[in-house]
Each structure stands twice: as C-alpha cells, then as structure tokens.
Design a protein around this ligand. Sequence first.
Ligand SMILES: [Cu+2]
Length: 294
Amino acid sequence: MFKKTYLMFATMIATFISTVAAFGQANEYPVHPASDGIHSAAPGQLGFMEAASPIMVETVAFHDMLMWIITIITIFVTAIMIYIFIKFNAKANPVPSKTTHNTMLEIVWTTVPVLILVVIAIPSFRLLYNQDVIPEADVTIKAIGNQWYWSYEYPDHEEIMFDAVMLNEGDEGYEDHPKLLGADEVVVVPVNKVVRVQVTANDVIHAWTIPAFGSKIDAVPGKLNETWFTATKEGTYYGQCSELCGIRHGFMPIIVKVVSQSEYEAWIEEAKVKYASNDAPLLQQFASSQIVSE
Ligand SMILES: [Cu+2]
C-alpha cells in the first residue's frame, strides 16, 4: 500500500515537472508587448494583473489580506500537528492522558475562528457591495455574447453597434494584439469615468470580463446583467469569454481601449458614421457559416 502511494506521488511530481518544462518551451514564440501583466497576462504569470480600476485595487487588497490569514493559519496548524506527532506518539508518550474536556480551550477554539471570519467578512461584503452598486454612469455600453464573438452597443448613441470577431493569423491588424486576443473591433471608453456595462447573450451563457478592471459577469440569454468599472489608466486592456460556451469558447476576446475624454468624444463622432450602416444580423450569418465550415 505504502509503495503504491509513494509511486503515485512520484508520478504526480514527474508530471508536474514535465508540464512546467513543456510550458517553458511553449512560450518561445515572441511575446507581444501588451502581454505585460498590465494590459494582458504576461507569460507564466500566476498572480493578478496590475489593477487598472478602483474595484480591482480593492480586490487585490482583499486577496492579499486573505493570503496572509491563510498562510498564518496553515503554518500554525502544521506546527501544532508536528508538535503533536513528536510529543504524543506512542513511543514518546506510552501512557496517554485521559483528559477529554477543557472549557477554556473550547471557548478559544470556537471564538477565534469566528473572529477571523468576522475580520474577513467586513472587507468581503464591502467589496461585493461596491461591485454590485453601480454609481451614476457617465458611459453605458452593452455587450452581447454570441457563439463565438461579442456584439456591442452604445445605448446612448443608437447608431453605434458592432461585432467584435477574433482576428486570425494573416488578418489585418493581427500583429497589433497578443496571440488569440485580437479582435477586429474594440470597445472605446473614456478614462476616469464610470462605465456601466450591460451584459446579455443571444444563444448560450458567456461571460464578459476584463481582469485588470476586476469586471466579470455572466452573459445570460434573456437576462440583462450589469457591472461597472472606472478605468484609471489609458491603454488597451484584454479579456476573454469566461464561461464555457462551446467549441470556440477560447476564441472570443474582449478588448477595451481606454482613451482621454476628448479622444472618446472624437471616436463617438467617427463611430456614428462608421457603424451607421451596420446591420446586426450580418455577422449572425458569418457565425453560422463558420459552424458549417467546421
Ligand atoms: Cu463565450
């Protein structure tokens, strides 16, 4: 039995090491400048992307606080267990004590975890509240998930509606974005303004997210979900559909370009002309032809 377990662990460790090695090799293609851990994830990145919105700053702070609590608890419990294994094993302690209750100890091990949970609950509920309650919005965008691309509307400007479809190798502009994250259209929003995002879907459940903004919300057919963000730094931020939505789930990137207020206003005027002739159903045809070709 012992040998079997040992073998299993050895296999697991070997698999882990070879996976990590393979990962290192897989990353030999040139890294796009936007894969910097700020705009999109850097190769091999394990932690969060750098926060680009107040909600994400709060999320990161909450995560870091939890990390300390978890680490201290884990070290404390491990230390106690090691102490017990050494001090109270059958050899070191042949005649065990028959003590069964200790009121003081029981009060402590009940109240201390409760206090820890209260300490966690306060920032946790504050964060949930801040994510959920949308301040008065300066800009509203509507994102609609489709298999497998995103459609966008600017409800304040009826003419502006477009589809954002992933760029493939060879497409115009492909080189401008990190691998699998480029799309033919981007969402443009002003910096330091409250952006309300209304999210829904046409077919199955998708999820709209920009990790650097701490925004992630399900796109559910027949339901209008809402989230918000305030981008504090200009730049182009990337996200991906975050709900398993079908075969091309990994190929529906989300791009938000954060620009100054004046650039945003200029873009709106341009977009009104550019997208005026857009018919939403056009790309539905594109999507269904894509399914057929697969
Ligand atoms: Cu999706």
